[in-house]
Design a protein around this ligand. Structure first.
Ligand SMILES: Nc1ncnc2c1ncn2[C@@H]1O[C@H](COP(=O)(O)OP(=O)(O)OP(=O)(O)O)[C@@H](O)[C@H]1O
Ligand SMILES: [Mg+2]
Length: 553
């Protein structure tokens, strides 16, 4: 293991450390801090293609307002960066029409100006539990070599004040690395820990993720599996927005703080010294009522799942003891990039899988768990509480009804039922119902409860967000006419009329086909008209920067 991140020589702020050659990309010159040089020599970076725009999109100011999402004061951040950059080098203002010739110069200058922060990326400061995984700690060091794009984004984040220093990896995985970071208060100097999740752009595992995206209306028009970089950016964006929903609903999770391309800054779940909370899997409960603690954690989690479904309109879709952190009796939900909305064609399947994983884990901990089907209904039925302590009370009732009926025979029947449930096909739309006539007959006979999708039928279908709800999470897209929650790829959303379908009673499937087509056409036309009136980006930007922008909520 070589000594990464030994103090680098200070960067020379006036010299661009890179030279741009057309069609060859960026070549480093001697002015590069030693640290950066070592990074470049360290390993072949699979991700590093030599596109002309390899770094350009990072500095693309036109896109910045959209790509840079921060909960802090954007204007302040923006001005601070402008200020800091112009301190170091004369930077041509490039936010007018983006003259191509100038952009390259500007990128060089900006890279140069940012390199003065190079020493604040100190990946040698790895904070990992030695007991937990020694190999992993070693891997952390060898795997945390950053590609230039990521490095630039991190420097930019430092420059903008999103974080003050980036430290070593807390976790290195197949799809993402999570780094520790610190933010120092400008006035008091007080340190706050942060976590930065960096999605890997050169990965094959993402292919598997297609199933979470296919059918996801939020990815319509924005998903291009041929382009890893774009895809990973979408993925990070999805995690950011999902986190925001979950955080705003008051569910314990990392606070989403800033996002740029494939790099996400969030609140740190851990102590003041930078030690992360353990995963639920590794939680070491103490005391003489450990069984009781596991039981109440189980109940807590079921409540959280229902809240996520009913309030955030999300199914986690990768929920397990690995994606939950534990601290002091509280469960924190993490890793939500793959979470889907209830109208995703496979959301119920994912929910069932989540329920199974959770149940399996808690059973291993000795918890008397509820049957999967009962939980599935508890989570999906629209009526009922979505807040504590009512949620826990509702679960207690589920236990009571079960106990009242409990005898050996019924317990056995319950087990069979759970097996059946786990293997049952869950139709998500009426078109997917195998034998609709049979099911309708069942309904007529008052046996609708036997249908696995019984809680989701017409009048009970999960309602979409009421108007005005969820606004808080979409401030920066305030011109997005849909007002939709976590939309992605907002520029290419013309084909995204599915969002209008969202949450309509499934009965709409019965609508006359032509009528439906007409409706779609009308919606499309209306959107086209609306776009015509849309202000060009550069004008909007100018206007925005001349007026004071949104303030922190
Ligand atoms: N906000 C946070 N605060 C503290 N630790 C975190 C935070 N986010 C993630 N971690 C740590 O990083 C680990 C990986 O995070 P996460 O589950 O989000 O990544 P991942 O998508 O599973 O990555 P991969 O699949 O590549 O392993 C977590 O198990 C947790 O230990
Ligand atoms: Mg994970």
């Amino acid at each position: 293991m070589d000594a990464e991140g030994v103090a680098a020589s200070p960067a020379a702020p006036h010299q661009p450390p890179y030279q741009y050659t057309a069609n060859q990309g960026y070549k480093q010159t001697e002015e590069v801090p030693r640290e950066l040089l070592r990074q470049q020599n360290a390993a072949p970076l699979a991700d590093e293609d030599e596109d002309d725009d390899y770094l350009e999109d990072i500095f693309d100011e036109d896109e910045q307002d959209e790509e840079w999402a921060a909960d802090g004061d954007l204007t302040k951040n923006y001005n601070r960066q402008r200020q800091q950059l112009t301190d170091g080098a004369a930077i041509p203002r490039s936010n007018q029409q983006k003259p191509t010739a100038n952009t390259f110069a500007s990128v060089d200058d900006q890279v140069s100006a940012l390199s003065k922060h190079a020493t604040k990326i100190r990946l040698d400061t790895v904070k990992q539990d030695g007991e937990r995984d020694k190999d992993k700690a070693d891997r952390a060091t060898s795997e945390q070599v950053l590609d230039q794009r990521t490095r630039m984004i991190l420097l930019q984040m430092i420059n903008r004040g999103a974080v003050s220093e980036v430290h070593g990896a807390i976790s290195t995985g197949k799809e993402a690395n999570v780094y520790g970071a610190v933010s120092y208060d400008e006035e008091t100097g007080a340190a706050t820990q942060r976590a930065i999740k960096v999605y890997k752009t050169a990965i094959l595992v993402f292919k598997d993720r297609e199933r979470y995206i296919t059918g996801e209306h939020r990815f319509k028009g924005g998903f291009d599996k041929g382009n890893n970089r774009k895809m990973v950016k979408l993925w990070a964006e999805k995690e950011y927005r999902n986190l925001r929903r979950i955080y705003n609903a008051g569910i314990p999770c990392p606070e989403p703080l800033a996002l740029k391309l494939h790099v996400l800054v969030m609140g740190f779940l851990g102590d003041k010294k930078g030690w992360a909370y353990p995963r639920l899997r590794d939680a070491n409960l103490k005391g003489d009522d450990v069984d009781q603690q596991w039981q109440s954690l189980y109940v807590q989690l079921l409540g959280t799942m229902r809240r996520m479904y009913q309030v955030c309109k999300l199914v986690h879709a990768d929920l397990s003891e690995y994606n939950i952190l534990y601290h002091d009796g509280k469960l924190y939900i993490i890793d939500v990039s793959q979470s889907v909305e209830p109208d995703h064609p496979r959301s119920l399947e994912f929910l069932r899988m989540d329920i199974k994983n959770v149940g399996d884990f808690f059973r291993r901990k000795g918890v008397d768990t509820l049957p999967d089907r009962a939980i599935f209904n508890f989570i999906t039925v629209p009526e009922g509480p979505v807040e504590e302590p009512e949620l826990a009370e509702a679960i207690a009732k589920l236990y009571e009804t079960r106990l009242a009926a409990a005898n050996d025979e019924e317990a056995a029947a319950e087990e069979v039922d759970t097996e059946v449930f786990r293997n049952q096909y869950i139709p998500q739309t009426l078109e997917q119902v195998y034998d609709i006539e049979k099911d309708v007959k069942k309904l007529g006979l008052g046996e609708g409860n036997e249908l696995v999708y019984s809680k989701l039928l017409a009048d009970q279908v999960v309602a979409p967000k009421a108007d005005g709800e969820g606004e808080d999470e979409d401030e920066e897209d305030s011109d997005d006419e849909s007002g939709e929650g976590a939309s992605l790829g907002s520029d290419d959303s013309e084909d995204d009329e599915s969002r209008f379908d969202k949450g309509r009673p499934r009965g709409r499937k019965f609508e006359d086909k032509d009528e439906k087509k007409q409706h779609k056409l009308a919606v499309k036309e209306a959107k086209r008209e609306k776009r015509k009136e849309k202000m060009p980006k550069h004008l909007k930007k100018k206007l925005v920067s001349s007026t004071s922008r949104r303030t922190k909520k």
